[in-house]
Design a protein around this ligand. Structure first.
Ligand SMILES: Cc1ncc(COP(=O)(O)O)c(C=O)c1O
Length: 427
């Protein structure tokens, strides 16, 4: 569910016509609905209430300060993967005790900043990383909390680029390695081993893989408990994110479905539970609006050329992802006759044949100057935007109780080159 709806044939975000926003702010523009983000967060909170989890929004899905601040105010913590995300989390004033830090490639500098900030724990992905965290903690004379990321070798049946819990993936460590590392916790005098972390993939549409992964984690926890390792208590089980959403016709599970499947396991474990949802909270809470520049009729195809490219929204090019694309003004019933419909590739201005938003898409006949809403663009949308072709990054807007605010200004040419230098010899 989301708050982008047609009222009198016009697309609204909450109570604001989307056309009003883009006429004022220009395109391409990302538009987020405050109420949708909040309601998705609360849905997860309510569904998992029996185990009272710490929900750490996965900032990689959408790291807009406004989005993160709204979630921090709602009680969310953050799952981060870089020093930049730590910086953002601290900017939105979340308690460091609600920050968990994953990533296979944390640098010593990033680790130092996170230890100094006092984050809840590092989700550690390898022994060399563990050794680095120990060395950094020793150097800064502090202790660091550790959860080991378990790779349970479970196929989450999602796109191969976003499957993370099988043996072939670079993430985490196998069950035996995790157990053995816990047994040797004493080798790391500055680290407290407090938990196990899982994240088996993204856009997961079934509950089964979660159950399998959690069962695997709980077996490891049982072995650790039985080993009675001195001064070591497993406190946390972090089950990651990955809850899938509807882009087209997916049979996505609700938060209640996911919760119902795993709560019996989680509750009986007696562990503190952490969740790291990203897409579920923001995916359908954002759209990207683009303007039709040209309609080009080529030999075999029609191309609708729009002002947003793969640099603005890379998901179609990267994953072949489907996004619903709708004109901001709906056509009246009579104008939906056959001649008012077209089949076209919706493409951007970037110089790549992979630069498309949709292929062979049936849509109402559109003309230059019209606006199109690319739905479900709130997760892994703006965060993956780049300056390829020296294109300026779009603006981001948040709608909130009948008003809207630009939460990130459109980039300007000066900003595009602000860190560049022409060496004096070339002047
Ligand atoms: C460690 C970790 N946690 C959580 C997430 C969030 O996943 P999703 O947006 O599918 O909920 C990701 C995404 O890749 C991740 O890598």
């Amino acid at each position: 569910m989301h708050d982008f709806t047609f009222k009198k044939e016009e697309l609204y975000c909450e109570d604001v016509p989307v056309s009003r926003i883009v006429e004022a702010c220009g395109t391409p523009a990302y538009i987020y609905s405050h109420s949708t983000i909040l309601s998705h967060f609360k849905k997860i909170e309510a569904a998992f209430k029996p185990v009272n989890p710490l929900i750490c929004f996965s900032m990689k899905a959408n790291s807009s300060l406004a989005v993160c601040r709204l979630l921090a105010k709602a009680g969310s913590g953050f799952d981060i993967v870089s020093g930049g995300e730590l910086y953002r989390a601290l900017k939105v004033k979340v308690s460091p005790k609600k920050i968990v830090y994953a990533s296979v490639g944390k640098t010593p500098e990033e680790i130092k900043e996170a230890i100094r900030a006092g984050i809840l724990c590092f989700n550690v992905e390898s022994i060399p990383e563990l050794e680095t965290i120990e060395a950094v903690a020793r150097k800064v004379k502090k202790r660091a909390r550790i959860a080991l990321r378990l790779n349970p070798d479970v196929d989450a049946h999602t796109h191969r680029f976003i499957t993370t819990g099988t043996k072939e993936n670079k993430f985490g460590m196998g069950p035996e390695d995790v157990f053995q590392t816990f047994l040797h916790a004493g080798d790391y005098p500055h680290l407290d081993f407090v938990g196990i972390h899982l994240h088996i993939g993204s856009q997961i549409l079934e509950t089964g893989p979660y159950v399998q992964a959690i069962e695997c984690a709980l077996q490891v926890v049982e072995r650790i408990k039985a080993a009675k390792i001195p001064r070591l208590t497993v406190e946390y089980l972090n089950i990651g994110g990955g809850f899938g959403i509807i882009y087209k016709d997916e049979e996505a599970q609700t938060a209640d479905d996911f919760a119902r499947a795993v709560i019996p396991l989680l509750a009986s474990s007696g562990l503190k539970i952490i969740l790291e949802p990203g897409r579920f909270i923001v995916g359908n809470a954002g759209i990207m609006v683009t303007r039709v520049l040209y309609v080009k009729k080529a030999a075999t195809k029609t191309f609708v050329i729009v002002d947003a490219g793969m640099n603005d929204l890379i998901r179609p090019a990267l994953y072949g992802a489907y996004h619903e694309i709708l004109p901001l003004k709906q056509r009246s019933a009579s104008s939906t006759a056959m001649d008012a419909v077209m089949v076209a590739d919706i493409v951007g201005p970037v110089c790549e044949s992979g630069d498309f938003l949709a292929k062979d898409r049936r849509l109402p006949r559109v003309e230059a100057g019209e606006y199109l809403a690319v739905m479900g663009a709130g997760a892994y949308g703006f965060v993956m935007a780049s300056n390829y072709n020296s294109r300026l990054k779009p603006c981001e807007v948040m709608v909130f109780k009948g008003r809207y605010a630009v939460v990130r200004k459109r980039e300007r040419y000066q900003e595009l080159i602000k860190n560049e230098v022409i060496p004096s010899k070339l002047q």
